[in-house]
Design a protein around this ligand. Structure first.
Ligand code: PGA
Length: 254
């Protein structure tokens, strides 16, 4: 059975102490909520990772992730952080291909394919983000865009490696805007993604892959989104910065 995941993406928010405080609250509030095949993942800035991973130890349903990692193993890349370094903190996941990385840092599908390989080689599970812009949706290009992001970003992986990938569908027009995709719009894309996975790999791989929805997901809309057949949880930005909101989203599974 595929994992159900609620992942927080803190983005570039919270200083060191604020981050530890929020994560301690989150652990206390979700430890009895996330059970069985449900996983709560908090993706923090690099500075928090080691301390958060230490706090999460002993809670099998709570994990920590980074929001980026470099494609090279190591070397003269001043200011960058490698996948091996992320892994050494105790983090298990890494977000790759978030639309803000694509937009502000020019990350292409080709680069993201390399980042995915390096993350996997170092034992990290990528949360690989895909999604169309408003302009692309209005031009009716959203299915083509999603498909090319899959083909160029992750479909070079064999089925065994692909089994480590979590996908996140995040329509760019819904991120941080307060405009959520309707559950019908999200389910339509999630079903499309799963169909593409079945065609590329197998029905088994398609059935086993966790596909998250992201974009203005909040305690009010989470239950309806998570009830959709192909939506296996959420990637949560703004609402992950408040322990109560984030916990209420985790509870939306139940
Ligand atoms: P949001 O961000 O929940 O604030 O829209 C989601 C994301 O960027 O992952």
């Amino acid at each position: 059975m595929r994992k159900k995941i609620v992942a927080g993406n803190w983005k570039m928010n919270l200083d060191y102490n604020e981050g530890l405080g929020l994560f301690s609250e989150v652990i206390n509030m979700v430890k009895d909520e996330a059970t069985g095949n449900q996983q709560v993942v908090v993706c923090s800035p690099f500075i928090h990772l080691h301390s958060l991973a230490a706090l999460a130890k002993g809670y099998t349903n709570v994990s920590v992730g980074a929001q980026n990692a470099h494609q090279a193993e190591s070397g003269a890349y001043t200011g960058e952080v490698s996948a091996k370094q992320v892994k050494s903190t105790g983090a298990e996941y890494v977000i790759l291909g978030h639309s803000e990385r694509r937009q502000y840092f020019g990350e292409s599908n080709e680069l993201l394919a390399k980042k995915t390989d390096t993350a996997l080689a170092n034992g990290l599970k990528p949360i690989f983000c895909i999604g169309e812009t408003l302009q692309q949706r209005e031009a009716n290009e959203h299915f083509d865009i999603i498909k090319s992001q899959l083909v160029e970003g992750v479909f070079h992986l064999d089925a065994d490696k692909f089994s480590q990938i979590v996908l996140a569908y995040e329509p760019v027009w819904a991120i941080g805007t307060g405009v959520t995709a309707t559950s019908d719009q999200a389910q339509e894309i999630h079903a499309f993604i799963r169909k593409e996975l079945a065609a590329k790999y197998s029905q088994q791989v398609a059935d086993d892959t966790t596909i998250l929805y992201g974009g203005s997901c909040n305690p009010k809309n989470a239950a309806e989104l998570f009830a959709c057949a192909d939506i296996d949880g959420g990637l949560i930005g703004g609402a992950s910065l408040k322990s109560r909101d984030f916990t209420d989203i985790v509870k939306a599974f139940n």
